[in-house]
Ligand binder design. Structure first.
Ligand code: WQD
Length: 339
């Protein structure tokens, strides 16, 4: 059973990936500092996979902690690195927090992988590296514009760090996964998105508004040059996204000393209004919605070409927007029951 280090493994995408790694016959070793996640996620993972995951609480920015974990697991064969901050708005207000954490953590991970001769890396990147693409659907070879935020810039720097390490002749095989908009939850209702505080993202705000935890939903801008005036995004079910990490890991084991980036999205753009309407229809709930001003930093529309991931990783999404919004609501209801 191949052991895989999963940093940020108690997070939204990390926890779903831990489940899929287990189902695929891997042994996940989780590191998380709970700076943007909660210990009860580990209980949810245990309920799904039937055993307590191997877990170490700590910060990847701390090289002594990181080394202590890797020295306890000489059998580690790969790493999936999620641990990073991801709130675009917060990164503008507090850029150093993002530079220290997102870049510093990856630098430690790469150093330790080098030292321990761990040669397989899957890196959590983001479609924010593209900015507002000039051509849609956006392909991996699209021009990388200057980032719209310090968060997006940290992802661009991290991608370059990985390429530079690989170009230096280090025998590392890396896959860079550029996520679009991850949404939804595991169908069991045991794990899902757990935003700390008021959600920045659309879908958790919708579910919390529907649950009465938040007031009405505001659509940030209805005067964009899109069919219904609202922004368009590529919403991908988090379980499909988690499975893409397993496919990527398998690819690194068969393609030594390579570095490839892949878009992980559905290939379909959906507007804010379409998401709201689908949520209401699928769950039989009427939301309280009002129109508001545009949000600074938003791109008008972005959605992925998923062709490279289909061809090279043999991965494609299986779940729909409706599936994701039904699963998100089921998770929110379970959360409310736990409180
Ligand atoms: C989607 C749309 C908002 C809330 C996120 C992450 C980013 C990256 C991609 C990981 C936008 C609108 C939102 C609300 C609204 N993920 N909206 N009312 O901004 O595309 O980016 O996913 O790397 O890091 O931040 O996602 O869900 O915040 O917004 O109208 O209350 O919904 O304006 O058009 P975004 P989002």
């Amino acid at each position: 059973m191949k052991s895989i280090l999963v940093t940020g493994g108690a997070g939204f995408i990390g926890s779903h990936t831990v489940v899929e790694l287990h189902h695929a016959g891997y042994l996940p070793i989780i590191i998380d500092d709970f700076s943007n996640s909660h210990p009860k996620v580990l209980e949810g993972i245990e309920e799904i996979i039937g055993q307590a995951p191997i877990f170490y609480e700590g910060d990847c920015k701390n090289p002594i902690f990181l080394r202590s974990v890797l020295d306890q697991h000489p059998e580690l064969e790969g790493c999936i690195h999620f641990a990073a901050f991801k709130a675009v708005g917060e990164s503008v207000e507090n850029p150093l927090k993002y530079y220290h954490n997102n870049i510093g953590s990856l630098a430690n991970i790469l150093s330790e992988m080098n030292r321990k001769e761990i040669h397989q890396l899957v890196f959590s990147s983001s479609c924010t590296v593209y900015g507002q693409p000039t051509k849609l659907p956006v392909e991996e070879g699209a021009n990388i514009h200057s980032a719209n935020s310090p968060y997006g810039y940290t992802k661009q720097v991290c991608e370059q760090m990985i390429r530079d390490l690989q170009s230096s002749g280090t025998p590392i095989s890396s896959v860079i996964l550029r996520y679009f908009n991850p949404i939804g939850a595991h169908s069991s209702g045991k794990i899902g998105e757990l935003p700390l505080g008021t959600p920045d993202n659309l879908v958790p705000f919708i579910t919390q508004s529907a649950a009465g935890i938040r007031g009405g939903l505001t659509i940030f801008g209805s005067d964009y040059s899109t069919p219904d005036g609202t922004c368009i995004r590529d919403y991908i079910h988090v379980v499909d996204l988690a499975k893409a990490h397993v496919s990527a890991l398998k690819w690194t084991s068969k393609n030594p000393s390579k570095c490839e980036a892949f878009n992980i999205g559905t290939g379909e753009g959906k507007s804010v209004r379409e998401v709201i309407d689908t949520f209401q229809k699928v769950n039989g709930i009427e939301l309280n919605v009002k129109l508001g001003e545009r949000r600074l930093g938003d791109v008008e529309q972005i959605y992925a070409s998923g062709e490279k991931a289909r061809q090279v990783l043999n991965w494609e999404p299986e779940l729909s927007l409706a599936d994701a919004l039904a699963d998100a609501w089921c998770w929110q209801q379970n959360l409310s029951l736990q409180e």
